[in-house]
Write a protein that binds this ligand. Structure first.
Ligand code: DAT
Ligand code: MG
Length: 148
């Protein structure tokens, strides 16, 4: 089953949005396979955003991600990468539709509350980077009520 890496950024944790955000993924029917609250070191943040290292906003982005604890999660389900991005909304919260997490809870691009993998391949890389210890092995008892 497909998995994605979802991270509540330091602003989302500080603003008390952890329960709300987890609830949206849970209520959709996705399954939580890994979760931890961690303060990120600079090297991990730089690796996570390595593809953006040439961008002018890279250093600001890294400083923001290490500015407080984040909630790192792995969610599992059919099409969870693409659907997860829809639940999150557009990168710029001004363009995120109401009903999405960024559309409902964010204004600035540099405080957009949450990260979600953008493709199945990047999800695999990000899960390996953030959860080198591996994930929880379990099956939801609700499975047959979510999938036909
Ligand atoms: P996303 O987080 O939607 O996958 P991304 O991977 O392109 O977006 O960029 C990572 C983060 O970097 C994004 O959540 C916010 C920040 N960012 C992206 N483009 C930016 C820009 N033009 N100016 C400032 N910050 C930006
Ligand atoms: Mg991205």
């Amino acid at each position: 089953m497909e998995q994605t890496y979802i991270m509540i950024k330091p602003d989302g944790v500080q603003r008390g949005l952890v329960g709300e955000i987890i609830g949206r993924f849970e209520q959709k029917g996705f399954i939580l396979k890994g979760m931890k609250l961690i303060t990120v070191n600079k090297s991990l943040a730089e690796k996570h955003y390595a593809d953006l290292s040439a961008k002018p906003f890279f250093h600001k982005l890294v400083d923001y991600i290490i500015s407080g604890p984040v909630v790192a999660m792995v969610w599992e389900g059919k099409n969870v990468v693409t659907t997860g991005r829809k639940i999150i909304g557009a990168t710029n919260p001004c363009e995120s539709a109401p009903g999405t997490i960024r559309g409902d809870f964010a204004i600035d691009m540099g405080r957009n509350v949450i990260h979600g993998s953008d493709a199945v391949e990047s999800a695999k890389k990000e899960i390996a980077l953030w959860f080198p210890e591996g994930l929880a092995e379990w099956q939801s008892s609700l499975r047959s009520w979510v999938y036909e």
